[in-house]
Ligand binder design. Structure first.
Ligand SMILES: C[S@@+](CC[C@H](N)C(=O)[O-])C[C@H]1O[C@@H](n2cnc3c(N)ncnc32)[C@H](O)[C@@H]1O
Length: 425
C-alpha cells in the first residue's frame, strides 16, 4: 500500500480506530478488541492481528485477548438488544396483521396445516393479495413461533422447495371462527388499537408532569372516553370479556370450595357480565349481579342467572353474600382502592361476607412464567389509568387493611392472576 493509500485509508476511520490500528501495526496485544474490524483492515497493515490467530500466546496476553473479545461480544450484544427493543412494536403489529387477515383461521380451515402460502393467500378476501408481502410477514411470525414452517419439495413440476405453514400452540389462541372459544383476538385488537397505543407516546411526559398518559392523548379519563365513544366502549369491553372467558376457568378450577358457600355474588366492574356467566356455569346455585358503569351495562347481553345493575362503585355497591372484582383494583391508586374496599365492606355481611379479588400479585424479581408480564402490565396501568398499578403482596396487605379487610389469603391460579380472598374480620 502506498503512503497516499495509507493516508486515504486512515482518513475514513475515526481517530480512536486509527490509534488502535497504529497499535496493531506496532504489535500491541490489546488490539484484539478490533477482531470484528479485521475484515475491513487491509492485511498488510495488520500483521500482528493476523498473526495473532496463528501463533500461540503467552498466558497473560491470551487472557487479555479473551477479555477484550468478551468486551467486544458484550458491546455487540448490547447493540443487538437495543435493535430488538427499538422495533419490538413490529412483533405486535405483525400479530395484529395476522388477526386482521385471519391467518390462523385460514390455516385452521385446512386442518391446522401444513398449507402453502398460495393456499393461505387464496382465502384472504382480496382480488389480488400481496403474496410477496405475506411471505415476509409469515417469515417473522414463524420466527416468533406464531406459526411453524417446514420446507418440502415443491409440487406440480416446480423446481426447488416450498414452505408449508402450520398452527402452533400460540396461534391457537388467535382463532376467531370455529374452535375459538378461548381466543385472545379481541384483546389483540383492543391492545394494538391506536386509541390504546397513542398514550404510550406520552410516557416521558407523564414522568415530567405527573399527568396520566391516556388523558394527555385523548383529553378524557379512559372510562369517560368509553362512555362518550361507543366504538371504543365496544372494543374495550370485547377485549376484557374474551380475557374473562379464559382466565375465569382457571379461577373456578382452583377456587371451587370458595364459590360453593356463596348464595349471591356481585361482580364489581364486571364489564358485560362474561365473568359471572363463567362462574355460574360451574355454580348454577349462585345468584349473579353484574355491576358496572351505565354505558357498559347498556351493551351487556342478557344471561340466565345474571342481573345487570348500572352504578358507580365509588358511591354504592349492591348487597350480596360476597363480592368479586377482577382487574379492578389494578386500575386505581391506593386511595381509590381503599374507597372501593370500604364500599365493598358495607355491601357484604359483617360476619361471613368476603371479597374475592382476582388480580396480579407482582413479583418484580421473580422468574415465574408471568412475572415479566406483570411488570409490563404495571406500565399498561400507568399509561391507561389514573393511579393504576400492579401490586406486590405488601402493597395488597396495606390497602386491604386500610379498606377494612385485615385478614386475607392468596391463592395462585394457573394464569397470571391470583385470587386474593379477603375478610372483614
Ligand atoms: C379493566 S376493566 C375489568 C372488567 C372485568 N372485571 C373483567 O375483568 O373483564 C374495569 C371495569 O371497571 C369498570 N368501572 C370503572 N369505573 C367504575 C365505577 N366507578 N363503577 C363501576 N364500574 C367501574 C369499567 O367500566 C370496566 O368495565
Amino acid at each position: 500500500m502506498s503512503g497516499r493509500h495509507h493516508h486515504l485509508f486512515f482518513f475514513f476511520l475515526s481517530n480512536a480506530v486509527v490509534s488502535d490500528i497504529r497499535r496493531i501495526i506496532t504489535g500491541d496485544t490489546r488490539v484484539m478488541a478490533l477482531k470484528p474490524l479485521a475484515p475491513y483492515i487491509p492485511t498488510p497493515l495488520v500483521p500482528s492481528l493476523h498473526a495473532s490467530y496463528q501463533n500461540p500466546k503467552p498466558k497473560q496476553a491470551e487472557r487479555e485477548r479473551m477479555e477484550s473479545l468478551d468486551e467486544t461480544e458484550a458491546t455487540l450484544r448490547g447493540q443487538e438488544h437495543i435493535w430488538k427493543l427499538i422495533h419490538a412494536y413490529a412483533d405486535s403489529m405483525a400479530l395484529k396483521c395476522a388477526v386482521e387477515l385471519r391467518l390462523p383461521d385460514i390455516i385452521h380451515s385446512y386442518g391446522g396445516g401444513p398449507v402453502t402460502l398460495a393456499q393461505i393467500a387464496s382465502r384472504i378476501p382480496s382480488p389480488s393479495p400481496g403474496t410477496a408481502y405475506l411471505a415476509r410477514i409469515m417469515r417473522l411470525l414463524v420466527r416468533k413461533n406464531i406459526f411453524c414452517a417446514n420446507r418440502c419439495q415443491a409440487d406440480g413440476g416446480h423446481e426447488g422447495t416450498e414452505i408449508l405453514y402450520s398452527l402452533t400452540p400460540s396461534s391457537r389462541w388467535l382463532l376467531q371462527g370455529p374452535g375459538s372459544e378461548l381466543s385472545l383476538t379481541p384483546l389483540v385488537l383492543m391492545a394494538t388499537h391506536p386509541w390504546m397505543m397513542s398514550p404510550w407516546h406520552c410516557l416521558g411526559d407523564c414522568v415530567r408532569t405527573g399527568d396520566v398518559a391516556f388523558e394527555m392523548a385523548h383529553g378524557h379519563k379512559i372510562w369517560d372516553f368509553a362512555s362518550e365513544n361507543p366504538e371504543f366502549n365496544r372494543l374495550f369491553n370485547d377485549g376484557m370479556a374474551c380475557l374473562s372467558g379464559i382466565l375465569v376457568r382457571g379461577i373456578v378450577e382452583v377456587y371451587k370450595d370458595g364459590f360453593k358457600s356463596i348464595g349471591s355474588l356481585v361482580d364489581v366492574g364486571g364489564g358485560v357480565g362474561r365473568t359471572l356467566v363463567e362462574i355460574i356455569k360451574s355454580f348454577p346455585h349462585i345468584q349473579g349481579i353484574n355491576f358496572d358503569l351505565p354505558h357498559v351495562i347498556a351493551i351487556a347481553p342478557n344471561h340466565d342467572g345474571v342481573s345487570h345493575v348500572g352504578g358507580d362503585m365509588f358511591e354504592t355497591i349492591p348487597q350480596a353474600d360476597a363480592i368479586f372484582m377482577k382487574a379492578i383494583m389494578h386500575d386505581w391508586g391506593d386511595e381509590d382502592c381503599i374507597k372501593i374496599l370500604k364500599n365493598c365492606r358495607k355491601a357484604i355481611p359483617e360476619k361471613n361476607g368476603k371479597v374475592i379479588i382476582a388480580d396480579m400479585v407482582l413479583k418484580p424479581e421473580g422468574n415465574g412464567m408471568f412475572d415479566e408480564t406483570g411488570l409490563v402490565l404495571d406500565l399498561v396501568m400507568l399509561v391507561h389509568c389514573s393511579g393504576g398499578k400492579e401490586r406486590d403482596e405488601l402493597e395488597w396487605k396495606k390497602i386491604l387493611e386500610e379498606g377494612g379487610f385485615p385478614r386475607y389469603n392468596i391463592i395462585k391460579t394457573l394464569s397470571l392472576l391470583s385470587i386474593i380472598e379477603a375478610y372483614p374480620m
